[in-house]
Design a protein around this ligand. Structure first.
Ligand code: PEP
Ligand code: MG
Length: 400
């Protein structure tokens, strides 16, 4: 597959996320694409700016040949950041992690220059097969990822099904509001058989690396406690049977709902780390379906409401003495970097293709400058003011 053009979906729909992981240029939400693009047509797809040219004139082809060359040169240029630490100009070090979708991706993550894995989306393991993966199959997959990451932290997120992700063989009923329905931890706490199998497989694999367990779509302390109770029971069963696992395994949660962000102080008392899921946090905070092309214009993590929640989540984590990372797509956004640095984000977890770019972006900032920019941003009332200011600031800065 060279490129993907789709009539539906948004920037953080899972189609887009997978395309990004596979480094396939993709443009989604292209109205009437099927009607306008014919068989055999020449098409230019600009995944960076979200543009599609059908039957382009020779001049456009020429411009894009040059753009492609420039892009390839930039990719080469970024290679010098591969074995570097991720530090700001004033030596503030952060962790740069990768998001992966299967154990094989762990190789790509390590090769890309990532320092660890901040998000392993396990649902693809369930979606790609024709039946539920057994404990043994899951154990092998998680163990493989643990071995491949060579003792670096590997954050395995438990099954996040529902929303725009279906498991065909499960026969789940179609819902009117799938993103508000039977999804992620809600599904897992209902289907404890499936959840127990997955947790056991993760715990067993933890004997082979530095695995952390991460729970998606938490909305209450209660859910966190239920999961911790389940993990405790499984651990004592493993102990009873003499099966080894990492007894100090960390359990963290994704903070990706407004309820969790508001209750972040209380949730922080229960867990070892936070990871901010801006893809969902944005859709739930602004009430904008992340896959709906009709409201895509409203979907932005730069909305001040989202920014205030991000600031609060990091503050609550630090007040409780735990770390806050981010594994939503906003972590790789160059305009977002000064804000996240200034808020004190500890870990940036991005798609493998974005690792070096993110390291370079972070290296371009000092905390002092990022702080001044962030003070200004946080005094603004609209998304447009924020993005206009940041774009202008960066383009002025690039001229210097
Ligand atoms: C998020 O919501 O930001 C996230 C990382 O999880 P997903 O995109 O898989 O929902
Ligand atoms: Mg999410």
């Amino acid at each position: 597959v060279a490129v993907i053009v789709a009539e539906k979906g948004g920037q953080t729909a899972h189609t887009a996320i997978l395309a990004r992981a596979l480094e396939i240029p993709a443009v989604l939400s292209v109205k009437d694409a099927l009607e306008k693009i014919g068989n055999g047509d020449t098409v230019i797809v600009d995944g960076e700016y979200g543009e599609v040219f059908v039957q382009p004139i020779p001049k456009t082809i020429e411009i894009y040949r040059k753009k492609r060359k420039l892009y390839e040169e930039q990719v080469q240029e970024l290679k010098k950041y591969i074995n570097k630490d991720t530090v700001t100009q004033d030596e503030k070090r952060v962790c740069l992690a990768a998001n992966i979708g299967n154990a094989e991706d762990a190789v790509k993550a390590m090769e890309s220059g990532a320092e660890c894995v901040g998000l392993f989306r396990t649902e693809f393991l369930f979606m790609n097969g024709v039946s539920m993966p057994t404990e043994e199959e899951q154990f092998e997959e998680y163990k493989k990822a643990a071995v491949l990451t060579k003792g670096m932290p590997l954050t395995i997120r438990t099954l996040d099904i529902g929303g725009d992700k279906d498991i065909p063989y499960m026969g789940l009923t179609k819902e009117t509001n799938p993103f508000l329905g039977y999804r992620a931890i809600r599904f897992c706490l209902d289907r404890v058989d499936i959840f127990t199998t997955q947790l056991r497989a993760i715990l067993r694999a933890s004997a082979y690396g530095s695995i952390r367990i991460m729970i998606p779509m938490i909305t209450s302390v209660n859910e966190v406690r239920q999961v911790k109770d389940m993990i405790k029971k499984i651990c004592s069963d493993l102990d009873h049977n003499g099966i080894s696992y990492d007894k100090n395994i960390q359990t963290g949660v994704m903070i990706e709902t407004p309820a969790a962000a508001i209750m972040a102080d209380a949730i922080a008392q229960e867990v070892d780390f936070f990871s901010i899921g801006t893809n969902d946090l944005t859709q739930y905070t602004i009430a904008v379906d992340r896959c709906n092309e009709n409201v895509a214009y409203l979907y932005s993590a730069f909305n001040p409401a989202v920014l205030r929640l991000i600031r609060r989540i990091i503050e609550c984590a630090h007040n409780a003495g735990i770390e806050a990372g981010m594994c939503g797509e906003a972590a790789a956004n160059a305009l977002m970097a000064p804000i996240l640095l200034s808020f004190g984000l500890d870990e940036f977890s991005v798609s493998t293709g974005k690792v070096l770019e993110t390291r370079k972006t972070i290296a371009d900032w000092s905390l002092k400058e990022a702080g001044l920019v962030t003070d200004k941003v946080m005094s603004m009332a609209t998304e447009k003011e924020v993005t206009d200011y940041l774009s202008d600031y960066l383009s002025e800065r690039n001229k210097k």
